[in-house]
Ligand binder design. Structure first.
Ligand code: PMP
Length: 395
């Protein structure tokens, strides 16, 4: 299943351990090998329809589109390549609003989302709110899942879009997207899901599950950064969005700009590898994650798990340390690549809205850490990671 380990995931000499795969993953060497020729000899512009260089590039994109579609159970033409999930998320919100306003400039519009979405949804929703869209940011339960009853109560006659994150990037909780899709379908509302942490990691089938729009990204699944996709349902119903980016008409006029061919090729191969190994990798990740949780509980009495105990990403743990601010111990965690619930980079404390959304106090958020595992994580590293944390706390 696994290929050669990218050097960057571990600094052999001083045994640093990367446990931040939810932030980004290294490119799988097989992905890198597939991309390389498209930086070199196969450099053509896919829009150059009159010569060999263009056709080669166009064929490569076509193959990648099939690989990406196959991972999520879509048809290739339902996939549009974007610059990543941030763009895909923005596109859904602004592109749908533009389309709806074109059809009826004065009709009221209501969108529904949750309080613990990625900032690319939160901020885009806030932006359309300023443009007159009614937006409901629904609360979540203590596990960070949006409840079906809460959704049903929020629906209005003019609700046009629901957007919910599938697997939360901070706490790993899984939303019941197929069940939500069912509700959306009953009310003829489009369902969009931000599946950036779901696609390639848990089974996803947009067709069977009744999803209308779905965002995902290359660099969370061992592909390159700066490439992603938006799935747009092509029939039953055919979803229509206006473009976010206008220009030369690439991607069937939906997303202009010369396609980043090497990145798209890499994204395609990354999806194919994930699809081939999904079951085995999910099982392996779950075992490793459970092992780490056990190690952490032994090393840190009173440690608390954020998010759902079982309905969670196989590769994510988010923990609150008992009364220990991560800021205090971070200097002693330099050999551990983890992410914290709050950051103080610019002098202003930024506290995770996701953890706050779960009901954690600001103090608890400041005591929280996310550990996320990936393709090359080993049990030995996890034992060491728990030890490093324990030592940092005990000091
Ligand atoms: N949504 C989620 C859930 C994410 O985890 C991320 C990446 N942190 C994004 C959207 C944004 O993805 P990208 O980096 O591809 O823009």
């Amino acid at each position: 299943m696994s290929s050669e380990r990218p050097m960057g995931t571990t600094l052999q000499q001083d045994s640093a351990i990367y446990l931040d795969y939810n932030a980004t993953t290294p490119v799988d060497p097989r992905v890198f090998a597939a991309m390389e020729p498209y930086f070199k000899d196969l450099f053509g512009n896919p829009a150059s329809a009159g010569h060999h260089w263009g056709w080669v590039a166009e064929n490569a994109i076509g193959k990648a589109r099939t690989q990406v579609a196959s991972l999520i159970g879509a048809r290739p033409l339902e996939i549009t390549f974007t610059g990543g999930a941030t763009e895909s998320n923005n596109w859904v919100i602004f592109g749908l609003l533009s389309k709806l306003r074109e059809e009826n400039p004065t009709a009221p519009i209501h969108f529904i989302t949750s309080q613990i979405e990625h900032s690319s949804i939160m901020k885009a929703m806030a932006a359309v709110q300023k443009q007159g869209v009614e937006v409901d940011f629904l609360p979540v339960n203590k596990y960070g899942q949006v409840e079906l009853e809460t959704i049903k109560k929020a629906i209005k006659p003019h609700t046009k879009l629901m957007s919910f994150i599938w697997v939360n990037n901070e706490i790993g909780s899984i939303n019941p997207i197929p069940e939500i899709a069912h509700i959306a379908r009953e009310h003829q509302i489009y369902l969009h899901t931000d599946a950036t942490q779901a696609a390639g990691k848990i089974p996803v089938n947009v067709t069977d599950m009744g999803i209308d729009l779905m965002s995902f990204s290359g660099h969370k699944i061992y592909g390159p950064k700066g490439v992603g996709a938006l799935y747009i349902r092509g029939k039953d119903p055919k979803v229509q969005l206006n473009p976010l980016i206008y220009g030369g008409g690439q991607e069937r006029g939906l997303r202009s700009g010369t396609v980043n061919v090497p990145a798209v090729v890499g994204f395609g191969v990354a999806c194919e590898i994930c699809q081939q190994n999904l079951t085995a990798e999910t099982q392996h990740m779950t075992e490793l994650r459970n092992f780490l949780w056990q190690q952490l509980q032994e090393a840190i009495p009173g440690v608390h798990l954020n998010g759902h105990p079982t309905e969670r990403s196989p590769a994510n743990l988010n923990i609150t340390l008992p009364g220990i601010k991560t800021e205090q111990i971070l200097p002693r965690l330099q050999k551990l690549g983890v992410s914290t619930g709050s950051a103080c980079g610019t002098g202003a404390m930024v506290v995770s809205h996701v953890l706050r959304g779960l009901g954690l106090s600001t103090d608890e958020v400041q005591c929280s850490l996310r550990l996320s595992l990936g393709r090359w994580t080993t049990q030995e590293e996890l034992t060491k990671a728990a030890q490093i944390l324990k030592n940092a706390i005990n000091k």
